[in-house]
Design a protein around this ligand. Structure first.
Ligand code: NDP
Length: 332
């Protein structure tokens, strides 16, 4: 992490690829930890919020200037001194964005029981943190009933596309928006009833025609949230997941906040980490199997090489990613 961006992150400036440090993979002391070779790294919208000055408080710690950025990844254990982890195990957890890491017992890592033989990258997407976000908050807050109408913004991404499919499984009519024709096609392919491009179509008009909205899953905030507030049914539930429209500049001021009381809306904000203790077992018992059977589908946008991580970070903020943003660091 090289410098704090003022708007969008700038590859080669905000983050740089640094090859000055090496690790002796055969002899580096583990001090009771595990040496892991990184295979895939997750690139997520919240990382923009971590590119800030450390004194600015937020829910996720700021990246430290001069140190590697970090996030969820999957790797393979090369050497281990840690009970419960052995050579050849694949682990999911929070990794520094490095080709090799030494992780300690206090790090948030777990061995992947890949009973359904999913690709390893699935464990940072549909079967990882974004999938947990969609599954756990949908179960906790949607109170979905068959025949209701849900609107999902950023509906082609890893969070939104799983929400849309869970809603279809629950028998809802699904309206979803995204920012390109390819994303609209993907949303139709996964069963979204009304998929549209919010850049070329008018969200308020579509919701007025296809609503009223009983459940709104908000990934973006800003004008899309205003349109959903306007189109909400009385007693609608709003699941407040993210506000990416404001991550790279000034957040929009919403003009329809009065609809919260006018329509007796329930807004549920959440951080996935707080839902994981309750739903972890149910999630891993359910979602990998649904993916393996083809009942749940996902798409990935794979960037090859750790040196391209900066570009991947930018693409998620700009929306040029065409699915779950993944950096493929190495084969096994
Ligand atoms: P995506 O991979 O879908 O990437 C984000 C997408 O947001 C972009 O691809 C882009 O797609 C869209 N976007 C960017 N700018 C705008 C804009 N101004 N207006 C509308 N859409 C925009 O992301 P995820 O599925 O990983 O995450 C979705 C949301 O969930 C994010 O807000 C994220 O922060 C949040 N989140 C929250 C968690 C929690 O615990 N609360 C945990 C994990 C994620 P497009 O082409 O459609 O514009």
């Amino acid at each position: 992490f090289n410098s704090i961006p003022s708007g969008y992150p700038e590859p080669g400036k905000t983050t740089i690829y640094d090859t000055s440090q090496t690790i002796d993979i055969d002899n580096a002391p583990l001090n009771g930890g595990v040496l892991v070779k990184t295979l895939v790294l997750s690139v997520d919208p919240y990382m923009r919020g971590r590119m800030r000055a450390p004194e600015v408080k937020s829910y996720a710690p700021a990246f430290i200037l001069g140190e590697p950025t970090n996030g969820h990844g999957v790797g393979v254990v090369l050497r281990s001194e840690l009970q419960g982890f052995k050579k050849g195990d694949h682990i999911y957890g929070r990794f520094a964005h490095q080709e090799y890491c030494i992780l300690k017992s206090t790090d948030d890592i777990q061995v992947i029981e890949n009973t359904h033989n999913l690709p390893w990258s699935a464990y940072i997407g549909v079967a990882g943190m974004p999938g947990q976000t969609a599954y756990m908050a949908w179960k906790e807050y949607s109170k979905a009933k068959k025949g209701e109408i849900v609107f999902v913004s950023a509906g082609a991404g890893p969070v939104g596309s799983l929400v849309a499919q869970l809603a279809k499984l629950d028998g809802l009519k699904v309206i979803a928006s995204a920012g390109s024709p390819e994303k609209v096609k993907f949303m139709k392919d996964i069963g979204v009833d009304v998929a549209f491009n919010y850049k070329t179509e008018n969200t308020a008009e579509i919701l007025a025609k296809e609503g009223p909205v009983d459940v709104y899953w908000d990934n973006v905030g800003g004008p899309t949230l205003d349109a959903a507030l306007e189109a909400a049914a009385v007693n609608a539930r709003f699941i407040m997941c993210g506000t990416i429209s404001g991550y790279n500049g000034e957040p929009a001021i919403n003009k329809n906040i009065h609809q919260i009381f006018a329509k007796s809306l329930t807004l549920s904000g959440f951080l996935v980490g707080r839902l994981i203790p309750k739903y972890r077992t149910e999630f891993y018992d359910t979602v990998p199997g649904l993916v393996a059977s083809g009942e749940i589908r996902y798409s990935e946008d794979v960037t090859k090489g750790l040196n391209k991580l900066g570009e991947a970070l930018l693409s998620v903020q700009k929306g040029s990613n065409r699915g779950k943003a993944v950096v493929w660091v190495a084969d096994e």
